[in-house]
Ligand binder design. Structure first.
Ligand code: HEM
Length: 451
């Protein structure tokens, strides 16, 4: 384990702190590795750039160099996103019991749509969702995001006014993205708590191990989620509204310009899958990024000072936090044929992880890659939103949210203190990485908490 395992990201002096064992015994799913994985990734980059590891008896190839990760992401023919195809889940105890649950509770068929399919099937889904989730829809959310952010900052100020820390993750970074996507999906306020549970259930078990009972409990929540949104979609067939659900329902592919893409409109089960993916892909990722950005700002007083005197600096701060913190550390692919990455030969069927978090700190692309430098050049080249056909659908929304938060923190607060830095823990998952609790006390510019 690197000796800096419990320190925060930007001070990870990648590669310098590996103990004698180096990469020997490295386990991607070890929660201790996930406390500070960057030194390992840097070591992998120094070697061949592709590291073969073993997860529960299956070899997995971690691709860590920027150019390789980007090239694989751009090549869905060889690096398929159907990484769950051929899994034995259907025959496993969980697979069987889960199917029984869906049958008895009247759940909808679970269809792979965006994240887990390849072109041309993927192209159809992507074109249809793009008609509903447009830049205009995203821009319209700006006033809501600013208002929600302002309210959450007010709460932070008042609840820490006596110097008692609050957990920024729970008090701020969790509720904001959930409320924003709920607003985009037109979920009423009294269903927000349900909506949050459904969202958590949708990511349960991703990149981490949970028991069969826990997975089935998550399935029960997802069935409730399906029933709620199926009813909402059906009601919009008769009474359309000016919202994303109606736009999904009405999305069509132009038959004359469809270049061989299936132009059938979306079925309910397909729409449910897409809505679920908006949650899966959007909530925890944004939560983690907000926590990481706060930690980075507190750790770098000169950057924080610049932000407080120039809140417009918020977009650079947000982008650099994205590069360094990569909330989606990596995504799976499966090789459709025997192929070569650098000096490594991968057999057909090889399971591959595109390690975006590693690529973002590739010294071939960035100078001093482990340092937090919001003013650096070529910052937005990072791969935190992926690249190619699966490039994040919600990148515009995530950027908007995180920029607004950075701007508003800079406008409203004079100081932030993180009080649990020495005990800071990262969640155990590999795919979605972020801090568990970030306890803070804040001072507002009006002086309410000063002294
Ligand atoms: C900081 C926040 C976010 C990060 C770091 C992030 C990261 C990513 C990454 C890396 C991918 C590519 C996956 C791959 O390579 O297979 C992706 C795809 C996706 N993201 Fe995001 N995301 C964020 C926020 C959001 C938000 C807010 C939404 C929706 C509201 C969203 C929806 C999606 C969807 C639907 C996909 C699948 C796209 C496809 O396969 O065509 N994401 N995201």
């Amino acid at each position: 384990m690197p000796s800096n395992a419990h320190t925060n990201h930007s001070d990870d002096v990648a590669g310098e702190t590996l103990t004698d064992g180096g990469l020997e015994g490295f386990n991607l799913f070890d929660p201790e590795v996930q406390q500070c994985p960057h030194a390992y990734y840097a070591e992998m980059q120094k070697e061949s750039g592709v590291f073969e590891t073993d997860v529960f008896g299956t070899p997995i190839y971690l691709v860590t160099r920027y150019e390789d990760v980007a090239a694989c992401a751009m090549n869905p023919t060889t690096f398929s996103s159907r990484f769950d195809a051929g899994s034995m889940e259907g025959n496993s105890e969980y697979g069987r019991r889960s199917q029984e649950l869906y049958d008895t509770e009247g759940g909808y068929e679970r269809i792979g749509t965006l994240l887990t399919v390849d072109p041309p099937e993927h192209t159809r889904y992507r074109r249809l969702v793009s008609q509903a989730f447009t830049p205009k829809v995203i821009a319209q959310l700006e006033p809501t995001i600013r208002e929600l952010t302002g309210e959450l900052i007010n709460q932070l100020i008042s609840s820490t006014s006596q110097g008692t820390p609050v957990d920024f993750v729970e008090a701020f970074a969790v509720p904001l993205p959930v409320a924003v996507i709920a607003k985009a999906l037109n979920v009423p306020d009294d269903r927000l708590a349900d909506f949050k549970r459904w969202s958590d259930a949708s990511v349960a078990g991703i990149g981490t191990n949970i028991s069969i009972e826990e997975r089935l409990a998550a399935d029960r929540e997802i069935i409730q989620f399906q029933k709620y949104f199926a009813a909402q979609l059906e009601s919009r067939r008769d009474s359309p509204e000016d919202d994303l659900l109606t736009a999904l329902l009405n999305a069509t592919i132009d038959k004359d310009a469809n270049e061989g893409i299936d132009s059938t409109p979306l079925e309910i089960a397909e729409m449910l899958s897409m809505i679920q993916q908006l949650l899966v892909a959007g909530n925890q990722t944004t939560t983690h990024l907000l926590g990481e950005m706060l930690l980075l700002l507190e750790e770098h007083p000169e950057e924080w000072k610049r932000l407080t005197s120039d809140p417009k600096y918020g977009s650079s701060v947000a982008e650099e936090a994205l590069r360094l913190a990569a909330p989606t550390q990596g995504m799976f692919r499966v090789a459709t044929e025997k192929t070569q990455i650098g000096s490594t030969t991968l057999p057909a069927g090889a399971r591959v992880v595109l390690v975006y978090a590693a690529a973002n700190r590739d010294p071939e692309v960035w100078n001093n890659p482990d340092e937090f430098q919001p003013a650096r050049e070529a910052q937005a080249k990072h791969l935190s939103f992926g690249k190619g056909p699966h490039y994040c659908v919600g990148a515009g929304l995530a950027r908007l949210e995180v920029r607004i938060v950075a701007e508003e923190l800079g406008k409203r607060l004079s100081a932030i203190s993180v009080t649990n830095r020495s005990e800071l823990r990262y969640l155990p998952g590999f795919v979605l990485r972020g801090p568990e609790r970030v306890e803070v006390v804040v001072n507002d510019k009006g002086g309410m908490n000063d002294g």
